[in-house]
Design a protein around this ligand. Structure first.
Ligand code: NAG
Ligand code: NAG
Ligand code: NAG
Ligand code: NAG
Ligand code: NAG
Ligand code: NAG
Ligand code: NAG
Ligand code: NAG
Ligand code: NAG
Length: 577
C-alpha cells in the first residue's frame, strides 16, 4: 500500500515565484471585479446562514494556461496513427511545460496573495493549479464573497459556498477560476446496479451452450472477446483502477473469486492500493459491490498485469471536482504512470460548469499525451433524463473528447445493446474530428428511420458523441462474501481496460510503446477489429415516456464502435503470432 503525500516542491513554480514582479496596480484588491456568479441554488440546496468566520477553506486557483491549445495539439500528434509522431509520448516535464501558465500569471497571483499575507502552493507539475488555506473571513475579503452554509436535504450535510466572487481587475486573463465557490457538490454516481434485471429478457438463449450460459465470468469474456489466459510478462505494464467513497475491494474476496473463476491463476495474485486525500482501505468494512467488481474484473482478466487501486477519500461536501482532479494530478506527478486507467464513476454533464469541466478534460489530455489510455464507464442512465425537460442529459467525464467512454451490451454473439447504457451527445464539446464521419453516418441512419421522432430535437447533433466503444454489462458474477450478479457500465469499463492492458503487454514484449489515448486509433485503424453491435437500444422511462437510442450498423450512441476482439486487435497492431 502506498500512501501518497502531495509533492509540492516544484522547480518550475519556485523559479517563477522569484521572477521579477510585474507592474501591477498598487492596490489590486481595492479594484475587485465580479468573476463568477450563480443566480439560483441547485435543486435540493437551501441557505442555512453565514459560514463561521474561522472555518478553514481550501481554495484552489486555476491559472490561465500560456498556450491553451498546446496540450491538445500534442495529444493528437502522438495519438493519431497518421501522425509522424504517433506513439512518441511526452515525458512528465514535456507535458507539464505545455500545460504551464504564463510566468506573468504566476507572479500576478502571488503578488496579490502576498498583499493579503497569504501564499499558495502548486498542485500540479505544470503549476496551473494553486491551493491555499484561508479562513472564511479572510476569503470573504480577498474575493469580495459571502461564504455561507448551504444544506442539502436528503444528505443532511452542509457545503460552504458563495453565490458570487470577484478578483482584482489586474488578474483578469491570469485566473480562470477559483474553486470551491459557485459550483455546488453533486453526488457522483457509481455505475453499478445490484441484480438489476433487464426490461427485455437478455438474449441468453444464444449462449446456452457457451461459457456465458450461467452469467458473465472471466471465462465467458475470454471466450466472447478472445481474451487470452496467457499471463502478461512485462513488469512495467500497469493498470490503475479508480476507487471512490470508501468502496474498498477485499483481498480475501479477490482470492476466493480467483479460486472459483480463474482456477488457472495463482489465487494469491494481488493488487496494490494507493490512498489519496485520506482514502481508506478498511478490510473489515462491509462490501460495496463497486470496488469488488472493478478489482475482480481487472485482476481476474488482465492476467498478471499489475493492478493499482487508487482510492480517493474526498468527501461529498468538498465536491466532485477535487476527487477527479486529485487523482489525475497524482498520476501526472508520477514519472511512469500506469498505462491504463479505468473509472466506473460519473455524473451528469451540466452538474459541472464548462470551465471546470474543461480544466479536468485538459488534464486528461495531458495524461493521454504521456501515453495513458483513460477509460470511463459511460453511465447507467440511458439517454439521461432531466426533471422538467425533454432534453437528454449527457454524462461527465464521457463528454470529454480526450477520454474513451465505454458503454454496455448484453447477451452473447451477437451481443445487443444493454438498455441502461448511457450515451448521447455533449452540449459542451463539439464532435472531435476523429469521430465526425462515424457520427454523421449514425445521424443519417437516424433521420431515415421512424425512430427519429422520439429523439429529434432532444440532443445536440453537433456535440461529441459517446460512448466510443462498449463491452458486456450484464449479469457479472462477483464474489462479495457470496455471489452477486451485477449489471452496469461499471463492469464494461474494467473489461475493456483489461483488453487494452493485455495489448500493451504484447506491444511492450516487442519493445513498442503503449497505445495511449485510444480514440483516433479506435475510429480509424481498430474499428474493423471490434464487434459491431447492431441490435437493441437504450431504454429508460423519463417523465412518463420510454426513450432511448437504438444500436445501428457502425457507431451509435449506445454501444459506440462495438466490443473488443483481442485477436483481431492484435492483427491490426501487426502482432498476431
Ligand atoms: C451574506 O449571506 C448571509 C447568509 O449566509 C446573509 O444573511 C447576509 O445578508 C449576506 N450578506 C451580504 C452583505 O449580502
Ligand atoms: C482569519 O485569518 C487571518 C489571517 O489570514 C487572521 O488574521 C484572522 O484572525 C482570522 N480570523 C478568524 C475569525 O479566524
Ligand atoms: C471561462 O473561461 C474563459 C477563459 O478563461 C472566460 O473568458 C470565461 O469568462 C469563463 N466563463 C465563465 C462562465 O466563467
Ligand atoms: C451452467 O450451469 C449448469 C447447471 O448447473 C451446468 O451444468 C453447466 O456446466 C454450467 N455452465 C457453465 C458454462 O458454467
Ligand atoms: C494482498 O496484499 C495485502 C496487502 O499487502 C495483504 O494483506 C494480503 O494478505 C495479500 N493477499 C494475498 C492473497 O497475498
Ligand atoms: C462476511 O460474512 C461474514 C459472515 O456472515 C461476516 O462475519 C463478515 O463480516 C463478512 N465480511 C464482510 C467484509 O462483509
Ligand atoms: C420542476 O418543476 C416543479 C414544478 O414547477 C418544481 O417544483 C421543481 O423544482 C422543478 N425541478 C427542477 C429540477 O427544476
Ligand atoms: C451544441 O454543441 C455545440 C458544439 O459543442 C455548442 O457550441 C452549442 O452551444 C451546443 N448547444 C446547446 C444548446 O447546448
Ligand atoms: C414523426 O412525427 C411527425 C410530426 O410529429 C409525423 O407527421 C410523422 O408521421 C412521424 N413519423 C413517424 C415515422 O412516426
Amino acid at each position: 500500500m502506498v500512501v501518497y503525500t502531495r509533492l509540492l516542491a516544484l522547480s518550475l513554480f519556485s523559479s517563477l515565484a522569484v521572477a521579477t514582479p510585474l507592474a501591477l496596480p498598487k492596490h489590486l484588491s481595492s479594484d475587485l471585479l465580479i468573476h463568477e456568479t450563480r443566480d439560483v441554488l441547485p435543486s435540493g440546496f437551501s441557505l442555512a446562514g453565514p459560514a463561521p468566520a474561522d472555518t478553514t477553506l481550501k481554495l484552489r486557483i486555476a491559472l490561465s494556461q500560456k498556450s491553451p491549445d498546446a496540450v491538445v495539439d500534442a495529444l493528437y500528434s502522438v495519438s493519431d496513427p497518421t501522425s509522424g509522431k504517433y506513439g512518441q509520448h511526452l515525458s512528465k516535464d514535456e507535458a507539464a511545460q505545455l500545460a504551464a501558465p504564463n510566468p506573468e500569471s504566476v507572479s500576478a497571483v502571488n503578488s496579490w496573495l502576498s498583499e493579503h499575507g497569504l501564499s499558495a502552493t502548486p498542485l500540479t507539475p505544470a503549476g496551473d493549479w494553486l491551493e491555499l488555506q484561508v479562513n472564511v473571513s479572510k476569503a470573504n475579503t480577498l474575493l469580495g464573497a459571502n461564504f455561507s452554509v448551504f444544506n442539502y436535504g436528503s444528505y443532511g450535510k452542509a457545503a460552504i459556498r458563495t453565490l458570487a466572487y470577484s478578483i482584482p481587475a489586474g488578474l483578469k486573463g491570469h485566473v480562470d477560476l477559483i474553486h470551491p465557490t459557485t459550483t455546488f457538490p453533486e453526488p457522483i454516481a457509481s455505475n453499478v446496479q445490484l441484480g438489476k434485471r433487464s426490461f427485455h429478457e437478455p438474449v441468453l438463449s444464444r449462449a446456452s451452450s457457451s461459457k456465458c450460459a450461467n452469467g458473465t465470468t472471466p471465462a465467458c469474456l475470454q471466450e466472447l472477446y478472445n481474451i487470452p489466459t496467457t499471463p502478461a510478462s512485462v513488469s512495467s505494464n500497469k493498470l490503475a483502477v479508480t476507487g471512490r467513497f470508501g468502496n474498498n475491494a477485499h483481498y480475501s474476496f479477490l482470492q476466493e473469486f480467483l479460486k472459483q473463476y480463474r482456477p488457472d491463476m495463482d489465487p494469491s495474485t494481488n493488487f496494490t492500493v494507493t490512498l489519496l486525500d485520506g482514502g481508506n482501505n478498511d478490510q473489515d468494512q462491509p462490501s460495496v459491490s463497486e470496488g469488488e467488481l472493478d478489482i475482480q474484473y481487472t485482476v481476474g482478466l488482465a492476467t498478471n498485469v499489475l493492478v493499482d487501486y487508487v482510492m480517493v477519500g474526498i468527501k461529498w461536501q468538498d465536491g466532485a471536482l477535487e476527487g477527479y482532479l486529485d487523482e489525475i494530478n497524482y498520476l501526472l506527478s508520477l514519472d511512469d504512470p500506469p498505462q491504463v486507467l479505468t473509472t466506473s464513476y460519473g455524473m451528469s454533464e451540466d452538474s459541472l460548469p464548462f470551465n471546470l469541466t474543461d480544466k479536468l478534460c485538459k488534464a486528461y489530455a495531458q495524461l493521454g499525451a504521456r501515453g495513458v489510455s483513460i477509460l470511463f464507464a459511460a453511465g447507467d442512465s440511458g439517454v439521461g433524463c432531466q426533471e422538467n425537460s425533454t432534453s437528454f442529459a449527457p454524462t461527465f467525464p464521457s463528454n470529454c473528447p480526450y477520454v474513451t467512454s465505454v458503454g454496455g451490451t448484453q447477451g452473447y454473439a451477437p451481443e445487443e445493446a444493454w438498455e441502461g447504457s448511457s450515451g448521447g451527445f455533449s452540449n459542451y464539446y463539439p464532435a472531435p474530428s476523429y469521430q465526425t464521419s462515424a457520427v454523421a453516418s449514425y445521424l443519417t441512419q437516424l433521420s431515415a428511420s421512424s425512430r427519429a421522432n422520439s429523439t429529434l430535437g432532444r440532443f445536440n447533433e453537433s456535440g461529441r458523441g459517446f460512448p466510443d466503444v462498449s463491452s458486456k454489462a450484464d449479469n457479472f458474477l462477483v464474489w462479495e462474501n457470496g455471489t452477486a450478479s451485477l449489471y452496469g457500465t461499471s463492469a464494461a469499463s474494467p473489461t475493456f481496460a483489461s483488453v487494452i492492458a493485455l495489448l500493451n503487454d504484447r506491444l511492450a514484449q516487442k519493445g513498442k510503446n503503449p497505445l495511449g489515448f485510444l480514440n483516433p486509433w479506435l475510429y480509424s485503424n481498430a474499428a474493423g477489429a471490434l464487434n459491431d453491435v447492431t441490435e437493441g437500444k437504450s431504454d429508460i422511462e423519463c417523465n412518463g415516456e420510454n426513450v432511448g437510442f437504438e444500436a445501428v450498423k457502425g457507431w451509435d450512441p449506445v454501444t459506440g464502435l462495438g466490443t473488443p476482439d483481442f485477436n483481431r486487435l492484435l492483427d491490426v497492431l501487426g502482432l498476431s503470432e
